[in-house]
Design a protein. Structure first.
Lengths: 319, 266
């Protein structure tokens, strides 16, 4: 795949408008609620990860967003248009839902031409799109000869037809090898940096955590989390180790007096920081106070909670 | 609708489709012509009960209707072939997941369906015209071989007979096509849809006809076949057309409602 920028933009600089807003979204199949009173929003211009374990309701939700399924209850807006009127917004949306669906006997390029014709779109950009997803050399081969990864790439190219403002991609990294997954991440970042909103689902947070600036986590059809990835990490922690274990109690008093709630763990003190922005000042203050009290700190180490662990804790119900 | 027509047309105008499906249809018509002329004799004996004679005498082939006799015999089978192709084409859109991709590009389902069906019908009509032309050309060649006079074929009556054969076959094909499309929309899976459709139209109707003589007056497949033969002893042309239209309209309504209202889950 041909890619460009990779940097994650500052979430604070993200526009406040939402490209997608859903509220109370529900889809029942018989007695089973695949999506249950779901609320979330996707900020405009964001690369949003839609994360959840298998059968969490991700694909069902995405199908409702593109008009393939009718919600049992609830609704929302996509690009400012009602969810129940997909014909009003799908012209500005590119979607890859579940496994790519193409005609086996047609070439990759021919398949895209059929889709472009169905949407009344110009077919001229198709060769460039195929180049962009790394299928330029196989564009004229029948789709049935494509590997799973190539089929996914063709699905991405199909979603990019018509230069959409919003991309809705359901597990686009399925079937990709590690290099292909890396390329996919770079491509998604590039697409977001071009000003598009990208909503991409996965059951593996690890696939997306490096690039997403917005996360929605669902399980059993319900939302567990929505926000910036930093918020999912929650409280950051720092471990402080004095030169002598006997100083732990005095060090704990110093920390405690600053409104923090330290915990003694072995020969060290674990200090949670609720406000990451104030962390540096607080550390400097603690170090100064400890030195003044004759306590020498031999180790100051961050205890980062890995995002994947936070996610697993969340879907495991431990948070 | 025009976009959907164009999209379907892009698929149909491939050599594989033209030579495959189109070629099969033309070949079927030509095969019927060959068999008709090869089997024609001075006397074919009494016709089987409840069925018009499929075998022709050389005298019948020398009449104006002889110009399209082979084509007419093939018409019923062409109808079944078209029925299978349309059923498979529509049901295949579901089972391959291509409908999902199309609907994210063209969410208005009615124009999508009409455009697709329209393209398939136009292609069928064109192929049918080619099949008729090929069958007539072959008929002239085989008539010369068998020593059958073609004088009556080259009259206005001959042209009218060929025109009528095309009209009735086209009507039959359109009705079979809509029935196949509706069945594909309802069943949504290629193999079961084709199995149900062909199983009903071919063995089931004919088995029932063997034990219930009036089956030919009521069953859709037999009635559509009767249209191509200008009616049978059991079902007149008008009755066959009327009931054929009613059956087709009823199944088309169910198929359209299914397509417009049901979720796309595949």
């Amino acid at each position: 795949m041909s890619v460009t920028a990779t940097a994650r933009p500052d979430p604070a600089a993200r526009p406040m408008n939402a490209a997608i807003v859903v509220h109370g979204l529900t889809k029942r199949f018989g007695q089973r609620a695949a999506v249950d009173d779901l609320d979330f929003e996707v900020p405009e211009g964001s690369l949003a990860g839609f994360i959840g374990p298998n059968v969490a309701g991700k694909t069902t939700t995405l199908r409702m967003l593109v008009g393939l399924l009718t919600p049992t209850a609830g609704g929302g807006d996509v690009l400012g248009q009602q969810l129940t009127k997909p014909e009003r917004y799908l012209g500005r949306v590119g979607a890859l839902i579940e496994a790519p669906g193409f005609y086996p006997g047609l070439t990759g390029e021919h398949n895209l031409r059929v889709l472009a014709a169905a949407a009344g779109l110009d077919a001229e950009p198709i060769p460039a799109l195929l180049e962009r997803v790394g299928l330029g050399k196989r564009a004229h081969d029948p789709y049935k000869t494509y590997s799973l990864g190539m089929k996914q790439r063709l699905g991405i190219a199909a979603a990019l037809l018509g230069d959409p403002e919003l991309l809705i991609l359901d597990e686009p990294a399925n079937g990709l090898d590690p290099q292909g997954m890396r390329d996919m991440r770079l491509l998604l970042s590039a697409l977001r940096n071009e000003g598009r909103t990208v909503l991409v689902s996965s059951h593996l947070l690890g696939e997306l955590e490096q690039i997403c600036d917005w996360l929605i986590v669902i399980k059993d059809g319900r939302r567990l989390f929505q926000g910036a990835p930093e918020e999912l990490l929650g409280v950051e922690q720092l471990s402080l180790r004095p030169e002598h274990e006997r100083d732990l109690a005095a060090l704990a008093n110093i920390v405690d007096s600053r409104g923090l709630e330290p915990q003694v763990v072995g020969a060290q003190l674990v200090v949670p920081f609720a406000d990451p922005d104030a962390r540096s000042d607080e550390i400097a203050d603690i170090v100064r106070a400890a030195t003044a009290a004759g306590i020498t700190l031999v180790e100051i180490a961050p205890q980062n909670t890995h995002l994947e662990q936070s996610y697993l804790d969340l879907i495991g119900g431990r948070r | 609708m025009i976009n959907s027509f164009h999209a379907e047309w892009l698929k149909l105008k491939r050599p594989a489709v033209i030579l495959g499906a189109g070629g099969a249809l033309v070949l079927l018509a030509c095969l019927a012509v060959v068999l008709t002329f090869a089997a024609a004799s001075a006397d074919v004996g009494p016709p089987p009960l409840n069925n018009p004679p499929l075998l022709s005498t050389t005298a019948e082939l020398a009449t104006a209707a002889g110009i399209s006799r082979g084509f007419v015999i093939a018409a019923g089978f062409i109808g079944i072939l078209v029925f299978v192709l349309f059923t498979a084409s529509v049901a295949g859109e579901f089972s391959q997941g291509t409908l999902r991709a199309l609907l994210t590009r063209q969410p208005r389902r009615t124009p999508l369906l009409i455009g697709k069906l329209g393209a398939l019908l136009v292609a069928s009509a064109l192929t049918l015209a080619v099949a008729l032309a090929a069958s007539i050309a072959l008929s002239f060649a085989l008539a010369a071989v068998r020593g059958i006079s073609t004088t009556n074929w080259l009259t206005s009556s001959g042209a009218a007979e060929a025109g009528r054969a095309y009209r009735d076959t086209l009507l039959t094909v359109v009705l079979f096509a809509i029935l196949g499309t509706a069945l594909g929309l309802i069943v949504r899976s290629t193999v079961p849809a084709v199995a149900i459709g062909v199983g009903w139209m071919m063995p089931l109707e004919h088995i029932v006809q063997g034990v219930w003589a009036d089956a030919g007056r009521w069953f859709p497949g037999l009635l559509l076949n009767a249209i191509t033969r200008s009616g049978t002893d059991l079902a007149s042309y008008d009755r066959s057309v009327l009931l054929g239209l009613i059956y087709t309209a009823a199944l088309a309504l169910v198929g359209a409602a299914s397509f417009l209202r049901r979720d796309v889950t595949t």
